[in-house]
Write a protein of this length. Structure first.
Length: 463
């Protein structure tokens, strides 16, 4: 099958925003430096700026998040800027003129989700959508109904294969490595099932609060912000069946099948929490019932995973900032040496951030006459998290028309189906103190499958 043609221009809307400053400019610099990107790069926003002000913003971003003066000079020469309202047809007429001979532009929408359809319609009316690719940021809707409505609007204007739903977690090297390690090593597949695995835990912890994102977060919450997308994508990589074939959808097909098999969440299997002090953050409503912490228990209804409990936990103002996956294997059918081992033996640990490691826990004999042992962890690999930034990787794939690491309409719909029953006020919100691991009810949720495995700080991982 012939490779898709590369995009010959890159347009990003929301070019003066925070995401562009922190992520997009450094990613563009990496594309120029590492991959020889030399196409026009057009920023679009309504900020009352000139091209010089736009370039100054880019330079300031790169002084904090980038580097390489030669690549920066090249990038500055590629930058163009359009200042205009997204509701004004003249903005898109101007864009069409600036695109010049470009026939396959990539349009990246780093704008609020309420503007996705507005921008897409403006692109279509001005002939900027023909042969073009569209990259949109999460969230893809606010629930299942709005997610479906958004997709119906977008596919009227762009074919599904040209819509790239970006989730930066899928661009992270350690998240991709979960899939690679599983299917590049034959030793794991025979035990990667309900016969050998007792339970799975996925934890995404942040030691900071909502900071200056109070208004956004209060309309979103932890389930929508990270569970419906990041955590379910990690789960899919961890539990999907092996991809087959060489077609472009070979990786996304088994992910979709897996997520469609996840049982929709039940309120009894969800604990929501809110850290004390959240309601004093700027932009947060008085009396808000939005969760800043969630713990949940889920099941996958397949032969491979039937009956295996999967616990997911995510929250702010927790003791550390770290993301880990723990796969706990069953104990031997008979304890030959009469010991009752702690749960933390017989496991595989994937450390996703802030540093990266893979480790295996097992039981080994203590020196001496007695047949007694201790739990140890063998580190298979560990690296500093200085790999290719996820936005650079994903924008590179989008430019080349490679959709493997992007959301697909049925995948996004399956993710909304899973969380739909527990959105908003479906369960109570319990208070917890900052610096703790959430409300006590989360410990009760995991019960005999626990305790929760709490990720250590980065400096303790290699101790």
């Amino acid at each position: 099958m012939a490779a898709p043609e590369r995009s010959d221009a890159l347009v990003f809307f929301g070019a003066t925003g925070d995401l562009a400053y922190k992520q997009i400019f450094p990613a563009l610099l990496g594309l120029v430096r590492d991959e020889g990107l030399r196409v026009p790069i057009i920023g679009v926003a309504k900020a009352g700026w000139t091209l010089d002000q736009f370039k100054a913003r880019a330079a300031d971003s790169l002084s904090h998040y980038g580097g390489d003066p030669e690549a920066q000079r090249t990038l500055m020469g590629l930058l163009k800027y359009i200042d205009g309202d997204y509701n004004d047809p003249a903005t898109f007429t101007n864009l069409r003129a600036r695109l010049g001979p470009a026939a396959r532009p990539l349009h990246y929408l780093a704008v609020p989700p309420t503007l996705f359809a507005t921008v897409a319609e403006g692109l279509a009316r001005s002939d900027c959508a023909r042969n073009a690719r569209l990259v949109i940021e999460k969230p893809f809707g606010h629930n299942r109904e709005t997610g479906r409505a958004l997709n119906r609007e977008l596919v009227k204007l762009f074919p599904e294969e040209n819509i790239f739903r970006i989730d930066h977690y899928l661009g992270k090297e350690p998240v991709q490595n979960i899939v690679y390690m599983r299917f590049a090593n034959a030793m794991f597949e025979p035990v990667w099932n309900r016969d050998h695995i007792a339970s799975i835990q996925i934890t995404m912890a942040e030691d900071f609060g909502v900071q200056d994102r109070g208004r956004f977060y209060d309309a979103t919450g932890a389930i929508r912000d990270v569970v419906q997308n990041h955590m379910l994508q990690v789960l899919a990589n961890l539990t999907m069946d092996p991809p087959t074939g060489e077609e472009h959808e070979a990786m996304r097909d088994p992910k979709a099948a897996l997520l469609k098999a996840v049982r929709p969440l039940e309120p009894a299997n969800v604990v929501r929490g809110q850290y004390r002090g959240y309601q004093t953050a700027p932009g947060v409503r008085a009396g808000s019932g939005v969760e800043t912490f969630v713990a949940l228990k889920m099941f996958i209804e397949t032969w491979r995973w039937a009956g295996v409990p999967i616990y997911v936990r995510a929250g702010k103002k927790l003791p550390v900032t770290a993301t880990e996956v723990m796969v706990f294997f069953k104990r031997p059918p008979r304890e030959t040496f009469g010991e009752t081992s702690a749960l933390n033996s017989n496991h595989l640990r994937f450390r996703i951030s802030p540093d990266v490691s893979i480790a295996m826990g097992m039981r080994v004999k203590l020196p001496g006459e007695r047949m007694a042992g201790e739990d140890v962890e063998l580190t298979l690999t560990e690296r500093a998290a200085n790999m290719k930034p996820p936005y650079q990787r994903l924008l590179s794939d989008a430019i080349r028309g490679l959709g493997d690491q992007f959301g697909r309409d049925d995948i996004v719909d399956a993710q909304w189906r899973i969380v739909e029953p527990v959105l908003d006020d479906a369960t109570p919100v319990y208070q917890y103190d900052p610096g703790t691991w959430g409300p006590d009810e989360a410990r009760a949720l995991i019960g005999d499958d626990g305790p929760w495995s709490n990720p250590p700080p980065a400096e303790e991982v290699t101790a």
